[in-house]
Design a protein around this ligand. Structure first.
Ligand SMILES: *Cc1c(COP(=O)(O)O)cnc(C)c1O
Length: 245
């Protein structure tokens, strides 16, 4: 077997066990499995792995660092020109990266401030005008569920105003909320809070129904609390080597 064949078999096996976990979690929650999208978090892994995942039928990929994502998106396009791929930015984003992100991201899940929203809208407008993208940017509001100072995300109280700001912009499409369960809180408590925040958001914005929640270690809890998109890295691709931010 070539190295690619071995890796492909490894990825196929972990993908199948994640699909089983998702099916079981959906069954336990009385939800159809089609309700929950699997987003492959490919940070720190090479474009070759993304290509193999695309061969296995995945279409949605996520990165958390703009500098790493940009070349990887281009590499995947070179490796698999015909592959349908949708790229999500899930990491903290500096305003000065908005211009670059607008060229490759289909979705930004980490919108957490009016200044970032303004920068993204302007960057998408420029990218549309320059023919560098053809569609508006889908946006999720990242909520910080950690009482202690978090690494990104706005407070629950800030969600309505930020959502209204996003929804008012032609270049952006408000889709829902995203959160990471804090380490010091039971995931069930965190995801229950997120579910309430999402319900409140949907009163004003029925189109913003996505709840991006759940990772390798807590996807069952997230699905039980209404997640529509789980973001899975480790359980799919294996352990990450630590890299400096
Ligand atoms: C890395 C990352 C994930 C995936 O985490 P795993 O525990 O490896 O599945 C999900 N969401 C965000 C925002 C991440 O940065």
């Amino acid at each position: 077997m070539s190295e690619d064949d071995e890796r492909r078999a490894e990825l196929a096996e972990s993908l199948s066990s994640i699909r089983q976990r998702l099916a079981a979690a959906c069954a336990a929650a009385g939800r159809p499995v089609a309700d929950v999208q699997l987003l492959a978090v490919t940070k720190t892994f090479p474009a070759r792995d993304v290509a193999l995942l695309a061969d296995l039928g995945l279409v949605s990929f996520a990165e958390n660092r703009e500098q790493e994502a940009r070349p990887k998106v281009a590499e995947l396009a070179a490796l698999r020109p015909a592959a349908e791929a949708r790229w999500h930015m899930v990491g903290q984003l500096q305003r000065n990266k908005a211009r670059s992100v607008a060229r490759w991201a289909d979705v930004v899940e980490s919108a957490d401030s009016p200044r970032l929203v303004e920068a993204l809208a302007g960057a998408v407008r420029n990218a549309l005008d320059a023919g560098e993208r053809t569609r508006p940017l889908e946006v999720l509001v990242q909520v910080n569920l950690d009482e202690a100072a978090g690494r990104g995300g706005c407070s629950a109280a800030e969600v309505p105003a930020l959502a209204a700001d996003i929804a008012a912009r032609d270049e952006l499409r408000l889709r829902g909320v995203m959160a990471v369960a804090p380490q010091n809180t039971a995931p069930d408590v965190a995801f229950d809070t997120l579910s309430a925040i999402s319900a409140r958001l949907r009163r004003d914005h029925p189109e913003a129904g996505e709840i991006s929640a759940g990772m390798s270690g807590d996807l069952e809890s997230a699905v039980a609390h209404g997640s529509t998109r789980v973001r899975v890295g480790t359980a799919l691709l294996g352990g990450r080597r630590l890299i400096s931010p």
